[in-house]
Design a protein around this ligand. Sequence first.
Ligand code: NAP
Length: 247
Amino acid sequence: MSLKGKTAVVTGGGRGIGRAVCLELATQGADVVLCYAGSEATARQTAAACEAMGVRALTVRCDVSSPQQVARLMETALQEFGRIDILVNNAGITRDGLLMSMKEEDFDQVIAANLKGTFLCMKAVSRQMVKQRYGRIVNLSSVVGLRGNAGQVNYAASKAGVVGMTKSAAKELAGRGVTVNAVAPGFIDTDMTAAMPEKARTATLASIPMGKMGAAADVAKAVAFFAGDSAAYITGQVLCVDGGMAM
Ligand code: NAP
């Protein structure tokens, strides 16, 4: 129960990797505020699973690309719990397509959710974390942001941007007791990857030295590491959870 008494905000916490993060943080004793974009029932189920572990859990509808909704999310978390110790920027989308045919709106939507959303959430909690002289921010990047991937110019740009923002924010906040790190998953078994065409799934699997997909819980363990005291002297880092993909 190393996170007992801590409050975590997890964006997109209802399903996939976000759900696993909520459960892992709750297992370690943290109260959880999880936001969802559209899947209210799923988010409530995740919150109930957290509460079953003896922590408090709250669901808030919030589109992370909206400054007003992000402000409301963080205000709600502060009203309910009095502090925000951990922020996990997990919400993310894909709108895949080849560069030559990619629609501008598909580029803009991915940047808005993945990159601007991460910026807005970090900005919204940074003042409070600096005031507390304590904070742990963990951003979800991707091996695609480090290596690139055909068909994902928009997604790769957003996830590479997350790495740059992570390192910049880490430098700004290091002296104030706030760490900022990123986890870069490889090929993880969630709705996001289930939606990939079979050919792309087979090709991706073949590029993983460990020869298998990861589980959401594998990523959640790495997020919880950065969120906990074991990582107190680590900031500005990117940890790949990818079965060796990005080596
Ligand atoms: P997922 O199963 O598709 O779930 C995405 C989550 O993000 C959902 O909870 C969704 O909420 C939320 N979301 C999407 N747009 C949002 C918005 N504008 N505002 C608030 N919430 C929003 O995805 P996942 O596989 O768990 O991925 C989680 C994170 O890991 C993403 O950032 C993704 O890019 C990254 N990642 C995943 C993989 C992988 O292999 N799965 C690999 C590398 C990186 P609703 O349910 O309400 O729609």
